[in-house]
Design a protein around this ligand. Structure first.
Ligand SMILES: [Zn+2]
Length: 214
């Protein structure tokens, strides 16, 4: 008897009867040859913003790391546990990805928490509070803007934090060097859950724009 929730087992049954059958050759090849994804995506844990679904990606196409609010911490070789930096190191140094996309999304709970730093922590460890302190200066600046509505502040910080994370990516020597050699490009994107719209960061201006899909 399995302990997995029925919904997961039913989903797995569908996967084996559908997608796995149509992609079994691809899975076998990936098992034999290893993975060679060209794109790393840094996305939020939020169940509504799955990169593989949004980019319609098959197995082996995207190397994904997800964390609360899709943040990249600055380079800090301090002997502590850095899961996102470990994923980044592997993607850049071993897989040699050509693109890194930091993808944020609307209604992000992590960003909401950053805008309410005095709220009661969810647990004594306050891991979210510590993690979201990565964007504290921006959160403070946005929180203090009374010209904006709460929704506007939320969207603003979601997008500003993407630029923050991209700046932090450049603090990793390997990223900075490869980007300067034009072997690696950094991108920002923001997904609106309710409409499905994807907004892409203009690399010159930092503004977010709707891409031309034609
Ligand atoms: Zn989120």
């Amino acid at each position: 008897m399995s302990n997995l929730p029925d919904q997961l087992l039913a989903g797995y049954r569908n996967f084996m009867g559908g997608r796995y059958i149509s992609e079994s050759g691809r899975y076998r090849e990936l098992a034999r040859e290893g993975q060679t994804p060209e794109t790393m995506v840094i996305a939020c844990c939020d169940s509504r913003a799955a990169p593989e679904a949004i980019f319609d990606a098959g197995p082996g196409e995207l190397f994904v790391v997800r964390n609360v609010a899709n943040l990249v911490p600055p380079y800090a070789p301090d002997g502590e546990y850095h899961s996102t930096s470990a994923a980044l190191e592997f993607a850049v140094q071993s897989l040699k990805v050509k693109h890194i996309v930091v993808m944020g999304h609307g209604r992000c709970g992590g960003i909401k928490a950053a805008l309410a730093p005095d709220a009661e922590p969810l647990s004594p460890g306050d891991f979210i509070g510590k993690w979201m302190s990565l964007v504290a200066p921006a959160a403070d600046a946005v929180s203090g803007n009374t010209m904006m509505t709460a929704g506007e502040r939320q969207t603003a910080l979601e997008r500003i934090s993407i630029r923050y994370s991209i700046a932090n990516l450049r603090t990793f020597p390997c990223v900075k060097i490869l980007e300067s050699k034009e072997r690696l490009s950094l991108h920002g994107a923001w997904f609106d859950i309710s409409t499905g719209e994807l907004w892409v960061m203009n690399r010159e201006t930092g503004d977010f724009e709707r891409p031309d899909l034609d």
